[in-house]
Ligand binder design. Structure first.
Ligand code: PA5
Length: 325
């Protein structure tokens, strides 16, 4: 896992999308589409969440994500679906894929193979290299999913060679701006990390929670601001009792009102000794990815501190086996 996380910046530029797939995606944009629906579970769902948070504000059509067996009724033949499954064998994603097929949606798949590759139209499937854990493949899944969605929406493609370079450089930002991943891991060991974030950093908070769950086999929570200001904030008095440690992911690209919200929230939760994570970046995508790389590394350090194997996902495998596949 350490090697996979170290390869994070490099993986952002590993996959070159097949030109024929891009042409097909651009054709969808010319035809006009009603919306884009991302399918995927667990580690494979994160790419769609990141794309949604980046493009929702500017997209003229809805971008939705489905982490379930079925797709909403309004997703019809004029929608584009992107099915993402690293293994290609995830039951819920395959079921939602079949439903999208019945509705005659245009479906693009992103996978290493498996059943998803088998059922997909060969000219609509972008294969990615196998041999990683699905959650460690996020940089590859994201680069493909974002560029594909940009084609559907008639937008310029993000240059992932440049993003990769900037994210690699962002490690230098850790020194001085953030505590080392080892130090943060030891601070949150024996507490429950509770990540708070807004907008494009909300899926980064959720990703951090998932990485801590899967890599360190450790519980964690994530909340979105402003919604958490209307419920979770009332629970702050119990944070000490449960050893909850609030961690605020703050952005350089927030408006003034949201900055005020974060500082007011921190003031109210002050007795819980929360931490702020903020990293210098040129834009929102780089900010998301730089924080993701940092927090992925924290999850690994936490796994090491607890002497657990960050690669294994025995419980997920057991559940899949119990369900018979
Ligand atoms: O990170 C993991 O290993 C899991 O969260 C998987 O991503 C999840 O079980 C879905 O599998 P896949 O990504 O192969 O569709």
């Amino acid at each position: 896992m350490r090697e996979m996380i170290q390869a994070f910046p490099e993986l952002l530029r590993t996959v070159k999308i097949d030109d024929r797939i891009i042409e097909r995606a651009e054709r969808e944009s010319e035809k006009g589409l009603k919306g884009v629906c991302f399918l995927g579970m667990g580690g494979s769902s994160i790419a769609g969440e990141y794309v949604r948070s980046l493009l929702s504000e500017t997209s003229p059509v809805p971008l939705i994500s489905v982490r379930d067996y079925s797709i909403p009724r309004h997703v019809d033949k004029d929608w584009v679906v992107i099915a993402v499954s690293y293994s290609g064998n995830t039951e819920e994603t395959l079921s939602a894929y079949r439903e999208a097929r019945k509705r005659s949606c245009t479906i693009f798949s992103v996978t290493t193979g498996g059943e998803l590759k088998r059922v997909s139209d060969t000219s609509y499937v972008q294969l990615i290299p196998s041999g990683l854990q699905p959650r460690a493949a996020l940089p590859m899944l994201l680069s493909v999913t974002l560029n594909l969605t940009q084609s559907f929406l008639g937008l310029d493609h993000t240059d992932f060679n440049e993003v990769s370079r900037q994210v690699a450089l962002s490690k230098k930002e850790w020194v001085g701006n953030l505590m080392s991943p080892e130090t943060l891991a030891s601070k949150l060991n024996d507490s429950v990390p509770v990540f708070f974030a807004h907008g494009h950093l909300a899926p980064v908070a959720y990703r951090a929670k998932c990485q801590i769950n899967e890599n360190a086999k450790y519980t964690a929570l994530s909340w979105e601001i402003p919604e958490a200001n209307h419920n979770e904030i009332e629970a702050s008095a119990s944070y000490k009792r449960f050893s909850f440690l609030p961690i605020f992911l703050e952005s350089h690209f927030e408006n003034k009102r949201m900055d005020q919200r974060f500082s007011a929230t921190r003031a109210i939760l002050s007795s819980a000794n929360g931490l702020v994570l903020k990293i210098g970046s040129r834009d929102r995508l780089e900010e998301m990815l730089s924080l993701t790389l940092y927090l992925d590394t924290v999850s690994l350090e936490l796994a090491d501190l607890n002497g657990v194997d960050s690669l294994s996902v025995d419980k997920i495998s057991e559940l899949k086996a119990r369900l018979g596949g």
